[in-house]
Design a protein around this ligand. Structure first.
Ligand code: P1T
Length: 379
């Protein structure tokens, strides 16, 4: 079955009790047992809920994985994966990650004596160099948020496998439509389903997809034991969103390519970060491990914070907002918004400066979007 068909059908067979074509929202916290211990597979909705089950099956299929698990947010998914570690264990992570992920590593899990070392993920050897006998997990985003840098998933997975270390890839920016980390050797795929999978900026959610049965059982145990699970309605919204993932992603990427090319020629712009541009230093890797380049762009302007502020406050179609991946276009200032919690030295090293702007390109008409950026940039 091909991707578009899976998105609409896997886990979403007609409801067995009523024939409802669309998976119902099982808005129940509990399930009545026929007799003590005899039930239809569901006892309590933190542990399992049929709407969530449908979503978990669909997401697993889209990533080409065997098992899916859903969470109340992307960070809930990440936190639950980190429960696989014990005090004294270490993580080696790419240094360019969503600010909230860095905050979680540096200010929450560090309190449990789980140390994270950050490396420039563009060179796989950097991961290898930081691995110690305590390293249990390699964590990366590719493309990264907000610099749109790439890691070579296959190479890093070979390094991880050789040392018996788990590799987790946050696949939020690419979505499974453009990149399948499990096929490239990743053990754990993580998503903020808030973004492209949900697709309409109306739900917060997260997911984990794995192939290994034992790993699935462990994370499923923590899913229930920690309890950061999504409600039935939120699961349903993501399930509804993914039915159109393929058509949306094609349009996001088509629009983003044109906008990146427009920005690259604009005199007020110093540098554009988009993996689909030939000028992107890792364009060849992007072509190798992705089937499209997504809808996220960041760019540096010739100017400082005042000009950046003026631009992000002047767009009319691009809403000044955190988040990404919805049908509507968004604009933001990573330094003071999504990455405000990242230590300044780390931001300086990465290039998350006060003249960096990030856009999430929606699926509106591309000429309207370009005209909006033109007027915000002052033509
Ligand atoms: O917001 P939440 O659903 O908890 O997902 C966290 C998360 C995880 N991974 C990546 C790559 C992300 O971009 C995010 C959330 N990002 C934003 C809110 C943002 O504007 O970048």
């Amino acid at each position: 079955m091909e991707f578009e068909t899976k998105a609409i059908h896997v886990g979403q067979e007609p409801d067995p009790t009523t024939g409802a074509t669309i998976t119902p929202i099982y808005q129940t916290s509990t399930y009545t047992q026929e007799s003590l211990g005899k039930h239809k597979g569901y006892e309590y909705s933190r542990t399992g809920n049929p709407t969530r089950t449908a979503l978990e099956a669909a997401l697993a299929a889209l990533e080409g994985g065997k098992y899916g698990l859903c969470f109340a947010s992307g960070l809930a998914a990440t936190s639950t994966v980190l429960c696989l570690l014990k005090a004294g264990d270490e993580i080696v992570a790419g240094n360019d990650l969503y600010g909230g992920t860095i905050r979680l590593f540096n200010r929450v899990f560090s309190n449990f004596n789980i140390k994270t070392t950050y490396v420039d993920g563009r060179d796989s050897k950097n991961f290898e160099a930081q691995i110690t006998s305590k390293t249990k997990l390699i964590w990366l985003e590719t493309p990264t948020n907000p610099m749109l840098r790439l890691s070579d998933i296959k190479e890093v997975s070979q390094i991880a496998k050789k040392r018996n270390i788990l590799l987790a890839v946050d696949n939020t920016f690419a979505s499974p439509f453009f990149q399948k980390p499990l096929d490239l050797g990743t053990d754990i795929v993580v998503h903020s389903t808030t973004k492209y999978l949900g697709g309409h900026s109306d739900v917060i959610g997260g997911a984990v997809i794995v192939n290994d049965k034992k790993l699935h059982e462990q994370i499923k145990f923590y899913q229930n034991a920690v309890g950061a699970t999504p409600g039935a309605f939120d699961s349903w919204l993501v399930l509804r969103g993914i039915k159109t993932l393929a058509v949306r992603m094609r349009k996001h990427a088509e629009n983003a390519q044109k906008i990146a090319e427009f920005l690259e020629k604009h005199p007020k712009i110093k540098k554009v970060n988009y993996p689909g541009l030939k000028s992107h230093p890792q364009h060849e890797l992007a072509k190798k491990q992705m089937s499209g380049f997504g809808g996220m762009i960041s760019f540096e302007i010739n100017g400082g914070k005042d000009l950046a502020k003026k631009i992000v406050e002047s767009t009319k179609l691009f809403a000044l907002a955190e988040s990404l991946g919805g049908v509507e276009s968004l604009i933001g200032h990573p330094d003071t918004m999504t990455h405000v919690g990242v230590p300044k030295e780390q931001k300086d090293k990465l290039g998350i400066t006060d003249n960096l702007i990030r856009i999430s390109v929606g699926i509106e008409d591309v000429n309207d979007l370009i005209n909006d950026l033109k007027q915000a940039l002052g033509n």
